[in-house]
Design a protein around this ligand. Structure first.
Ligand code: TRP
Length: 455
């Protein structure tokens, strides 16, 4: 049996907070806006919402039930439920995907630390939009500074993974998540009241389907998996610590709702502000780092102290949101190495942290010094992002839905979703139908379409 010396979530709210803590992170506030910007705005958001409902929620329920039923790390889970079959490769691919995501995610998480320091030392004050763009480019292309922050962030993640999740992070996230939420709402209000922000609101609300192509579908699907932490066994691993009375369907809906709401709100901060100060919506990964400082500057131009306080709070909370996500990815790989290879938890964590630092350094350098070294036209950072979010996660999701819909014993599914018949879940049949037919077909069609066979 797998040893169970991992964290355990005591309360119901702990379950939701931990899962939401994993889901809510840079994916919502950094990646969602830039993908929306790259893919034309409102139409992308509608497709994204469709992906959340049709693919994300049912697959999240699958991951939950696989994890809770097997009570093991994600690779072991498939061995428990499908002994001696190749299904264990789904778990293994997930571990690899998590490891790769953590590597480049930590680069961006590191950037948030730089911005915490800039906010604290009041470096934003008095700068104009072009100056913010220039200083971001200078920073992210620097060979040393971003790497310093990347290493620091991974060490922080490592520390928490080794010290235990439940005591520190769970307690803090109960305060920090709601605070982040309040600040986000305030920032939305500031952003939409900037002069010229209407264009940004229109960009978010008026779909233009003429620009929708296969790439937009693939991006929306990838973003849905990424933002909900799906397709690599992250929530599956968390669910292995859920209690018997956790309502899996309700938890999935709560997490999906919180996650989606925060992403949309982030859109309402970024785009009105970007259009207001003339930053291109398709600026890519730099988008929030060049847009947000403007929001603080412009919206509070009459009250610099407010600009200062809000920017410090925002970047601190963003870093914490990123931390609760990096922990969840780190945990997947650490639990796997610990339980499958017999390493101590400390050693397993050191391997993961060290490996991610190594790969993360390549990703960071590809933003500047090694810009010209590319594969398929992408540097390491973009390549990691593409391969994981747009290929590995949806592929993982496809396999998870086939596993649950076609392979797994229906009695297991029923007993997990209804908690042994004690819960009424009116949409039970719908969930099964989606997992069996809709999700596998939809994901396959999006993949095949992207390869160009349907043109
Ligand atoms: N969902 C997180 C975010 O939005 C990132 C994340 C955590 C993740 N765990 C994951 C992404 C597992 C994909 C898979 O920031």
């Amino acid at each position: 049996m797998a040893k169970n010396d991992r964290a355990n979530f005591g309360s119901k709210i702990g379950v939701i907070l931990a899962s939401a803590g994993s889901a809510v992170g840079l994916g919502n506030i950094w990646r969602f806006p830039y993908e929306t910007g790259n893919n034309g705005g409102a139409a992308f958001i509608l497709i994204y919402l469709g992906c959340i409902l049709l693919l994300g929620l049912p697959i999240m329920i699958s991951e939950f039930l696989i994890g809770r039923h097997s009570r093991a790390n994600t690779a072991r889970a498939y061995q428990v439920l499908a002994p001696g079959t190749p299904w264990r490769w789904v778990g293994r691919m997930g571990v690899l995907a998590g490891f790769l995501i953590l590597s480049y995610y930590s680069v961006v998480a590191g950037w948030t630390l730089e911005y915490v320091v800039e906010a604290v030392t009041n470096k934003f004050s008095g700068k104009s939009a072009p100056e913010f763009i220039e200083s971001f480019q200078k920073f992210s292309g620097n060979p040393f500074r971003p790497i310093f922050w990347l290493i620091l962030f991974l060490l922080g993640t490592h520390y928490i993974i080794v010290k235990g999740v439940e005591k520190g992070i769970e307690k803090y996230s109960k305060i920090m998540m709601p605070t982040l939420f309040v600040i986000i709402i305030i920032l939305v209000a500031c952003s939409v009241s900037l002069p010229g922000s209407e264009k940004g609101i229109e960009f978010l609300l008026k779909p233009d389907f003429s620009k929708v192509d296969s790439q937009v579908f693939l991006s929306a699907m990838g973003q849905a998996f990424f933002s909900l932490s799906l397709g690599m066994g992250c929530l599956c691993t968390y669910a292995s610590y859920f209690g018997k009375d956790t309502n899996l369907t309700k938890t999935a809906f709560s997490v999906g709702l919180i996650d989606t709401f925060i992403a949309i709100l982030a859109g309402f901060i970024i785009f009105p502000a970007a259009f207001s100060v003339g930053i291109q919506p398709d600026a890519g990964p730099s988008l929030i780092f060049i847009t947000l400082p403007n929001v603080f500057q412009q919206a509070f131009s009459g009250a610099p102290i407010l600009a200062y306080v809000f920017s410090v709070m925002f970047y601190v909370l963003l870093a914490v949101a990123a931390l609760t996500s990096t922990i969840s990815m780190h945990e997947v790989a650490t639990a796997y190495l610990h339980e499958e290879f017999g390493f101590t938890r400390g050693k397993a964590a050191r391997i993961v942290t060290g490996g991610c630092m190594f790969l993360g350094i390549f990703c960071s350098l590809s933003m500047g010094p090694t810009k010209d070294i590319t594969l398929f036209g992408m540097g390491a950072f973009d390549l990691f992002d593409f391969v994981t979010a747009k290929i590995m996660l949806p592929l993982g999701g496809l396999l998870i839905s086939v596993f649950t819909g076609w392979y797994l014993d229906k009695k297991i599914i029923w007993s997990e979703i209804t908690n042994n018949g004690t819960l009424r879940v009116p949409i039970y049949k719908l969930i099964i139908f989606i997992l069996k037919y809709i999700a596998p077909v939809a994901i396959s069609v999006i993949f095949i379409n992207e390869l160009g066979f349907l043109k």
